[in-house]
Design a protein. Structure first.
Length: 290
């Protein structure tokens, strides 16, 4: 984010208030563009962060996970300098960085559990690994949910910055296709994120009911008030807790994105609110996988 803000302020993408480019009704706070933080200080601080990242990556377990960390660091730089002006690519790269972070953590944990023999263990289990289990893995659902959710958030951020990006010659999705199309794409990504997040918590419950001799009809039947679980029961029961958290997080994401889509992306204040509250949605979804 610091690297992105540095280049945006230096290239005039972020406008200071009162210079004729800022939107007085929905003004962003950009300390670099305002001149409150010198460029030299920002550049030095950013260099220290990258140095710490490179040094700490040496302690990441596993070669593959270490390469993924370094690759992500390279992409964060390439994003601002080369990828950001390219339509779709900027959004996909940001979503991929966040979506692949659980995979990086999983590979590092696998390396530790296998005591460093990652490739040997992978070769030993690859032939006996049921491929249909990959699609039922919670990690796969988490990656898809994070990728689609961050993709939606990035597009909404482009909606709020549409005028500034257009003046800077950056062809984002709303600049090239219009805010209406951008908000529709963001809505679709939110649906994918919600389906993936809820699917990860609902599929095990449905499978358990069906294998136990129950039916889907009984599962979705409206329970009586006396049989409804209490809040402490929901919080202590792992399957129910996961369903509750995934539905709450996904529902909030869909609600806020729908409000932006309903105005064809023209209400920037709604888009700003959706961006802010998407952080809560991500936390709830992540908690549903614990």
């Amino acid at each position: 984010m610091i690297t992105n803000d540095y280049y945006d302020a230096r290239n005039g993408v972020d406008s200071a208030p009162g210079d004729g480019n800022a939107d007085s009704e929905n003004e962003h706070y950009h300390p670099l563009a305002r001149g409150e933080v010198p460029f030299s200080v920002t550049k030095t601080f950013d260099s220290y962060l990258y140095a710490i990242l490179l040094l700490s990556s040496a302690f990441v377990p596993g070669v593959i996970s270490r390469i993924m960390v370094l690759g992500g660091a390279i992409i964060t730089y390439l994003y601002t300098v080369h990828l950001k002006p390219k339509t779709w690519i900027k959004n996909l790269s940001c979503a991929a960085l966040v979506g692949m972070s659980p995979v990086t953590s999983g590979l590092a944990a696998w390396h530790v559990l296998c005591e460093g023999s990652f490739l040997k263990s992978l070769a030993a289990t690859a032939s006996s690994l049921p491929f249909h289990l990959i699609f039922k893995s919670p990690l796969a659902f988490l990656v898809v949910s994070l990728f689609a959710g961050i993709m939606s958030r990035e597009i909404l951020m482009d909606v709020t910055d549409c005028e500034g990006d257009a003046q800077a010659g950056i062809e984002t999705i709303p600049v090239r296709y219009g805010k209406n199309v951008a908000s529709s794409v963001a809505m679709g990504c939110s649906f994918v994120s919600a389906i993936s997040a809820c699917g990860a918590s609902l599929i095990p419950v449905i499978t358990r009911v069906v294998e136990g001799g129950g039916s889907i009809k009984n599962l979705i039947a409206m329970p009586s008030l006396s049989s409804l679980p209490t809040l402490p029961t929901l919080l202590t029961n792992s399957p129910r807790r996961r369903v509750l958290l995934s539905v709450a997080g996904s529902g909030l994401l869909l609600l806020r994105t729908f409000s932006v889509w309903n105005t064809n992306g023209e209400d920037v204040n709604l888009a700003e609110r959706a961006i802010r509250e998407s952080f809560i949605s991500v936390l709830l979804v992540l908690a549903s996988f614990l």
